[in-house]
Design a protein around this ligand. Sequence first.
Ligand code: NAP
Length: 340
Amino acid sequence: MSVLAPVNRQWVLAQRPNGRVQVEHFARRDAEVPVADLTTGEILVQNLLLGFDPAQRGWMDDRPGYLPPVGVGEPMRSSAVGRVASSTNPAYPVGSLVRGLFGWQDYAVAAQAGQPQPTRAPDDVTPEQALGVLGAASLTAYVGMTTIGRAAAGDCVLVSGAAGAVGSVAVQIARLRGARVLGIAGGPEKCRWLVEDYGADAAIDYRNEDVGGRLAVLAPQGVDLFFDNVGGDTLEAGIEHIARFGRIVLCGAISGYNDVAPAPGPRNLARLIAQRAQMRGFILLDHLEQTDPALSELQAWLRDGQLRYRIDVQEGFDAIPSTFLRLFNGASQGKQLLRL
Ligand code: NAP
């Protein structure tokens, strides 16, 4: 066993937000390092790197979701990569690098019976890659763009939230499948990444341009596949410009995650009837059997230089809540991470 810190620093959910999440919704707490609590099969993980995901905002609300809400007073649930500090499980030797939902804390007990099991990170993968380009966001892009969206050569594909962790990989997968790709992101800098780094054919800056007007020009025959991470007005614009027999993949709806009540709309759903189009949501957790084949294809693209990515690494335990807020104000510059 490695030398353990004297306390387990945690950021817990202090109160549920009613609207926009703020730093004040979290509180600092020092707990005991739970080394004595391990039962057979369990491990103690020391977190090294945290990953930030828009879905965490949903876990703060007391409503049913695909995972239970985080309880008030509990450490905030979060993806993380850590090193096994103590182990009662031969599948996870001390010192190995593991990935899981270890939370906003220095130490977590993991591999409990009946819970999702941590995954071992391969030796040739860095912690940043394990949470970033080879992590859940990229798997989401892969499943959404291939199995659900069936992106194909000749398609006109539109991706919203396109400069983010999921979106940037979705853009590149569509391009690698031979589609013509349009991306929507906030600001000229992120739009430049879309075209110059990720290979989109054109970018739309939703903060400074009229998305519908630009789609009319860029996709005069309509959009065959719309991979939507944003919802709200962006979804409505995508529906308006969907091609006949088009597909809309609902991956996320980040524009509404801080809303007190769901915004009405989209107002133009009847357009799906006229265009014989379909719209389908999906959750990565239902497609975990695709993890190995997806990862090997993503790794091959990475090795060949065909898959590019950006990470935004903040530093230090105290900065955890403010780093989370970066997802919702456009400050994050790629996959948002924090090194402990
Ligand atoms: P992310 O893009 O790395 O981070 C958030 C980005 O979203 C921000 O940088 C910002 O970029 C954009 N954004 C924030 N508020 C916005 C708003 N009001 N309107 C438009 N854009 C806004 O996040 P991610 O990890 O890639 O996740 C993207 C989406 O996929 C999220 O909706 C998430 O919930 C969803 N997701 C779904 C699954 C699934 O299984 N279905 C799995 C993982 C993630 P700009 O600067 O461009 O505004």
